[in-house]
Design a protein around this ligand. Sequence first.
Ligand code: CA
Length: 371
Amino acid sequence: MKKLTRHQFLKTSGAGLATGALLATGCAPDRNDQAKTPEFDPNRTYKWNMVTTWPPNFPIIGEGCELFAEWVDQMSGGRLKIRVYGGGELIPPLETFDAVSSGTAQLGHGAAYYWAGKIPAAQFFAAVPFGMNAHQVTSWICSGGGIELWREMYEPFDMVPFLAGNSNAQMGGWFNREINSIDDLKGLKMRIPGLGGRVFERSGGSAILSAGSEIYTNLERGIIDATEWLGPFHDYKMGFHKIAKYYYSPGWHEAGTALELVVNKTNYDSLPRDLQVILETACARLNQYMITESEVKNAEYLQIMKDEGVDIRQFPSEVLSFLKDKTDEVISELVAEDPKSAKVYSSFKSFKELDKPWSDLTEKVFYNEIS
Ligand code: CA
């Protein structure tokens, strides 16, 4: 097989680097933009609002947004002040995209798959069933050409996206029925968002969309039979273990969901260069914070759940293999009907294929041998 250098891979993966543009390092923006930034002015301060898709005081993710504002304040010597709003405090959570696009708010934090109705290709920048883990998706976005495509997709909406968080590995969800075969998925009503929901529907179930605040009541009343949420830490806080019998692994639909910070482009371009770099740097720190906090808290709360006798299961291989086949069907249809999705998925898939022999040789062996 022909080996590609990193530059050749980026060219063939659809990253579409502009001629003469420097290769973006990490998640830095196109350096051509630097010319437009205003002069450094120590006396000029900016007061910005950040709207989010997260419930107020949402552990790790919402708290991380508050920390982000503190870091930016500290790094900028108080020149960029950010006020963070939970979903519903300033605008409804799922209006975050429109609020930042229109300039109603300068900043937003959420997950790109919420905007699938506006930009189907955005889903690849959040979660793809049987896609990549947090480490791999971070690598694709920051160093494998993903960020350039992400910026291209959001440019018509006057927004600049940054990678700014990750849920880390998620669980498959809570069920009141054992899942022993493909037939057990039939007729199951499950709260499951995004492409995973489409795959679940294709597999014989019904995907129900509901806001986080409604899930517990819906499951308790039998309006839904099953739900996914995040991992042991957040799921325990939601109390799902009190009303569902089985907790299934793995989160085949969300192996490492990337989260985004979006900045209104007109506002972003109005910042002096040092404040732009401070925003980028704080995004990178936020990404790391969410990954490491989730890893530690999920490990702790998995043990708590085990101590409390939660029945933790694993989906049978037959079921996972079936869901994977359905995923391939759903993605094939999406890329056939939407050229932008085709372009982004081409890059995503190329990176995954490039990385597979390496991760198979190292991490896969490591995990298999130590378990
Ligand atoms: Ca989830």
